[in-house]
Design a protein around this ligand. Structure first.
Ligand code: NAD
Ligand code: UFG
Length: 344
């Protein structure tokens, strides 16, 4: 099957490309490289030994997308492309609403026009109302920032689309906290500037690029007072997409699945496991809570286990080891940053 992967040069997209190619899918990637590098796709080719068909296309450019759909017969789409920083979305909501919503609308319009109606969409655990227990797919929804709003609005658009035309087959995947990297150390998370997320921050402290980790609060009602998250290996997340694409090939409707491990680890626990696995020392300091953070966020992943026959396989130790291998092999990430692309 020929799959179009939007945002395929990004962190989760590049790992998913590897899994798709290994499962014998034919992959076409589009990405505007705003938050990624073409080098990631070169590395995917190195890992898989297969060529990737890549187009540098901005999803907002409808004519470019139409051209591609005209030229290539696409059977299904995995839609990763979008902006993903919560804090940036609070500072610049219009940028987030424009890119994430308009990009998705253009994609859906073009898919509709060319009668391509199989879609896997990247949603997020950020759509859930914070709770102290495991979140299943029926849990209450609430967005607390523009980024989360874009995910909720797109989920609703997809439901409305299916109501209007029930030949669409759509799977919405709500990821918890993807971390880690491909075992080869060739691809991984490559944040631009100072990382917002925990594990990339930890690896940059360990490699000496950053001085110390700031732990945002140790007075939460959790086992050690630090925040608890459902960290999941990015390769497990990528594998979930293979199951979802197979699922929508044989069923219709809009299905929603959590991709998480079902187990929460605290920030302090992750730091300890990382130190243990890598023998690196993480300097840290506890500071105030980060505005907008919740105490606990973890999944009930049983629906994906039952209906997709998917479950997360990789341990927290493996997540740390693989992230560290990636960091050591690529202390400056892919080196080519979006800023350099714009400047050149
Ligand atoms: P990423 O930024 O690494 O990848 C997104 C890719 O989309 C980038 O390569 C970027 O250049 C591209 N892109 C953005 N806007 C585009 C546009 N208009 N046209 C073409 N390409 C565009 O992010 P990621 O971590 O791989 O996340 C992938 C998806 O998963 C996103 O939709 C994100 O919101 C969602 N998600 C991520 C996480 C996480 O923790 N990483 C958690 C939950 C959900
Ligand atoms: N944390 C620190 N110090 C840091 C970074 C994070 O203590 O430097 C703590 C946070 O306070 C939180 C935990 O580590 O308790 C995890 O924080 P992340 O920023 O790594 O992840 P979040 O759970 O806040 O958010 C992530 C993505 C969101 C997504 C959400 C759910 O960044 O986009 O997971 O999928 F919506």
């Amino acid at each position: 099957m020929r799959v179009l992967v939007t945002g395929g040069a990004g962190y989760i997209g590049s790992h998913t490309c590897v899994e798709l190619i290994n499962a014998n899918f034919e992959v076409i990637v589009i990405d505007n490289l705003y938050n990624s590098s073409k080098v990631a796709l070169d590395r995917v080719e190195k890992i898989t030994g297969k060529k990737i068909e890549f187009y540098q296309i901005d999803l907002l450019c409808e004519s470019d997308l139409e051209e591609l759909f005209k030229k290539r017969k696409i059977e299904s789409v995995i839609h990763f492309a979008g902006y993903k920083s919560v804090s940036e979305s609070v500072e610049n909501p219009l940028m987030y609403y424009t890119n994430n919503l308009s990009g998705t609308l253009v994609l859906l319009k073009v898919m509709n026009k060319f009668n391509v109606k199989k879609l896997v969409f990247s949603s997020s655990a950020t759509v859930y109302t914070p709770a102290m227990g495991a979140l299943d797919e029926e849990a209450d929804l609430k967005a607390t920032n523009p980024y989360g709003q874009t995910k909720l609005i797109i989920e609703q658009i997809l439901r409305d689309l299916y109501i209007s035309d029930n030949t669409w087959n759509i799977s919405i995947l709500r990821y918890f906290n993807p971390i880690g990297a491909h075992k080869s150390g060739e691809i991984g998370e490559d944040p631009d500037g100072i990382p917002n997320n925990l594990l990339p921050y930890i690896t940059q402290v360990a490699v000496g690029k950053l001085e110390e980790l700031k732990i945002y609060g140790n007075d939460y009602p959790t086992k050690d007072g630090t925040g608890v998250r459902d960290f999941i290996h990015v390769v497990d997340v990528a594998r979930g997409h293979i199951k979802a694409i197979e699922y929508i090939d044989s069923s219709s409707g809009v299905s929603i699945f959590n991709l998480g491990t079902g187990r929460g680890y605290s920030v302090m626990e992750l730091v300890s496991v990382f130190e243990e696995e890598t023998k690196a020392k993480i300097n840290y300091r506890v500071v105030d809570r980060r505005p907008g953070d919740t105490a606990i966020c973890y999944s009930n992943p049983s629906k994906a286990e039952v209906e997709l026959n998917w479950r997360a396989m990789k341990s927290i130790e493996e997540m740390c080891e693989d992230a560290w291998r990636w960091q050591l092999k690529n202390p400056n990430g892919y080196k080519v940053r979006k800023s350099e692309i714009w400047e050149s």
